[in-house]
Write a protein that binds this ligand. Structure first.
Ligand code: GLA
Length: 677
């Protein structure tokens, strides 16, 4: 061998050797070195070497330099590809949450199998060591559950968390739910199509306002046959106004005509005690603007409701949430000032000024206006509430021309518990100590309900007390049109999933005029003053909207209306999906079957059809050859329509045929099953 060959041989030997060393070398890979942004969590953003609140990670008095601070329910999926031998960490609840009662459970799931659990951990528990072997594991999921008591204040830390890795220097993390938006709703046809609800309720003598919502090329001409004489329709806009003096039902045939054709639709006007005969649809300021709301922002949202074309799909209410009144604590001068005048009339803050002008502006667009208050002395945000001024406030709202009131429990707990009026709203506990629970819970809502009913205009009354004391059982009796069944929603999968899963117990109480309210929609640009695109993935958004429609929920858009993107607009303008929510029978879907992670929600419709949501709450795509139709109340020859795609997809004999279903992870297949004549 000459010198050159000898040198080449030695070099190759060296390369091979160093490669095999690299393949077997072990290295510590810290969890905080991975991309934590792939984590999904119940609140906030993942903390890298920080707690959820951005502080040093601290568990039971011990501080840790490294780790992942998160919030239940949390999931982080790591692709190990068999290259990690161990995972070790110290886990616990972060001390930053003192004064609350969080509970969580940390879990490790390796390739779908639970391999470690911390057991339930509470605030003050010493950090629990976790060390597991991971030989051969491809995918590891770090999970934090809510410990069984809801996820309030569940700030959870994976402290000192690290892998021993072989032959690699890092690992990838993934969010297994695809993130690319895709459009399902076909664009509206240029031909006229009437989309507004087929039933509308009004009280005798109240001002009547109903917009015939229709898609199709403009100009369009509207007419209505069978209207009571005291009502008239504006041929150009489709707005029906007037008032009906006596109770009764009127069957009306609506027509919309444009250059391309003509559409008709029958509707029932029911003049009686009940209003909101279908769930209210509109927008509310809270989920985007929170304490930053102003008259200007509200009026711009109303403009956008019209300009975006959403008004043509039945979206109607423009609701102002908290912070139109003056505030007790804020340093912002624009919301400081007297709460009431000398004779006790509520005063709007300087961002709003003339409330009648705001309501008039909204009405001028053919829309309706909503407002917010609390039965306690203070709203949840510390603005002036209605306690002691209920009648006067109801008169003010009616006088200004408002059509909707959200009435929010906050600080009423203090009234019962005898706490001082100026106690911060945070003390306005969801529970309260004094009195007989039910009487105490009902009373403040009855007082405002009576005051609203005494007004010469119809005001939709929306109770907001987070579902306490089974509100669905007595909400109707106090005049409520809708009532919240849950705590506040956020734009996370956990929040939407948990709210969805808790709706069934109240379902039987939903009916025309009375709706369970699982809180507002978290689609589009939301953020409670810190605007960002909803953290829900596209499939999660389809599931969220489909379920809220199946639930006959009030549909209140919570996003910045001026930032509607094509995907969100498409999601909010599917008339066949909206029609499920607005069905005049007014039933609420319940889950009739569970197959693995798939829950099958069924809603009966007025025409004898059934809307069925095959909802996949799992992380994997579900493929089913579905044939259990009798469980869903579906029999015989049936046509099947895909509502999101607005397409007939099959005609089946449901007694013997099967239907292939592919349901995206965290997604939905929403079909309407109609008996064939
Ligand atoms: C509570 C309600 C929210 C919102 C805020 C306003 O949290 O549940 O929907 O109205 O108060 O402060």
């Amino acid at each position: 061998m000459n010198t050159f060959k000898l040198f080449t041989f030695a070099f190759l030997l060296l390369v091979c050797n160093s490669q095999s060393i690299a393949q077997t070398a072990t290295k510590t890979v810290w969890l905080d070195e991975l991309d934590l942004s792939a984590a999904t969590q119940g609140y906030g953003i993942p903390g890298k070497n920080k707690s959820l609140d951005g502080k040093a990670i601290t568990i039971a008095g011990k501080t840790f330099e490294r780790g992942f601070g998160t919030h239940a329910e949390s999931s982080l999926l790591i692709l190990l590809n068999g290259k990690a031998s161990t995972f070790a960490a110290q886990v616990g609840i972060d001390d930053e949450i003192k004064g609350h009662e969080p509970a969580v459970e940390f879990k490790l799931v390796a390739d779908g199998k639970n391999i470690w659990s911390s057991g339930i951990m509470r605030l003050g528990d010493a950090a629990k060591p976790c060390k597991v072997s991971l030989t051969g594991v491809q995918k590891l999921e770090l999970v934090v559950t809510d410990g069984g008591n809801g996820n309030y204040y569940d700030h959870a830390d994976w402290a000192d968390a690290r892998f021993e890795a072989t032959g690699v220097t890092t690992f990838s993390t993934i969010n297994p739910i695809p993130g690319i938006p895709y459009i399902l709703t076909p664009p509206p046809s240029p031909l006229p199509k009437i989309n507004s609800a087929a039933v509308f309720g009004v009280r005798p003598g109240s001002p009547f306002q109903f917009m015939v919502a229709a898609t199709g090329d403009r100009p369009m001409k509207f007419s209505a046959k069978g209207l009571p004489k005291s009502l008239k329709i504006d041929a150009k806009t489709g707005l029906i106004t007037g008032s009906i003096s006596k109770s009764g039902t009127f069957n009306v045939a609506l027509t919309a005509t444009n250059a391309k054709g003509k559409a008709t639709k029958n509707m029932r006007i029911v003049c009686g005690d009940k209003i909101a005969l279908t769930p209210p649809m509109g927008w509310n300021s809270w989920n985007c603007f929170a304490d930053q709301v102003s008259a200007e922002k509200v009026m711009r949202a109303a403009d956008a409701m019209v300009k975006s074309g959403l008004v043509n799909h039945g979206w109607t209410y423009i609701n102002i949430d908290d912070f139109w009144q003056n505030n007790r604590d804020s340093k912002d001068e624009s919301i400081r000032g007297p709460f009431r005048d000398d004779v006790g009339n509520i005063i709007a803050n300087s961002r709003f000024g003339d409330m009648k002008a705001v309501a008039d502006y909204i009405h001028g667009l053919g829309l309706k206006a909503g407002l917010y208050s609390s039965p306690g002395p203070w709203t949840c945000g510390g603005c002036a509430g209605s306690y002691g001024y209920e009648k006067q406030d109801a008169q003010a709202y009616a006088g200004w021309g408002f059509d909707y009131l959200k009435y929010d429990w906050c600080s009423y707990g203090n009234v019962i518990d005898g706490l001082p009026d100026n106690d911060p709203y945070k003390v306005s506990s969801l529970s309260y100590k004094g009195g007989d629970e039910l009487t105490t819970a009902i009373k403040p809502f009855q007082v405002m309900g009576d005051a609203l009913k005494a007004q010469p205009r119809d005001i939709v009354y929306s109770l907001c007390q987070y579902g306490m004391s089974d509100v669905w059982k007595w909400g109707d009796a106090v005049g409520g049109s809708a009532w919240r069944t849950t705590n506040d929603i956020t734009d996370t999968w956990t929040s939407v999933k948990n709210i969805a899963l808790m709706q069934d117990p109240a379902a039987a109480w939903a009916k025309p005029g009375n709706w369970n309210d699982p809180d507002m929609l978290v689609l589009g640009t939301v953020g409670w003053g810190n605007p960002h695109p909803s953290k829900l993935r596209p499939d999660e958004q389809y599931l969220h909207f489909s379920l809220w429609c199946l639930f006959s929920s009030p549909l209140l858009i919570g996003c910045d209306m001026e930032k509607l993107d094509a995907f969100t607009l498409n999601l909010l303008s599917n008339d066949e999906v909206i029609a499920i929510d607005q069905d005049p029978l007014g039933k609420q879907a319940t889950c009739l079957q569970t197959i693995g992670d798939v829950r099958v929600y069924v809603k009966e419709l007025e025409d004898g059809s059934r809307a069925v949501g095959f909802c996949n709450f799992g992380l994997e795509i579900a493929e089913l050859n579905y044939d259990d139709f009798s469980k869903l109340g579906i029999q015989g020859l049936t046509s099947v329509r895909d509502l999101w795609r607005q397409k007939d997809i099959a005609s089946i004999n449901s007694d013997k045929d099967a239907l292939p279903l592919i349901i995206p992870a965290h997604g939905v297949v929403l079909y309407k099953f109609s008996p064939k004549k």
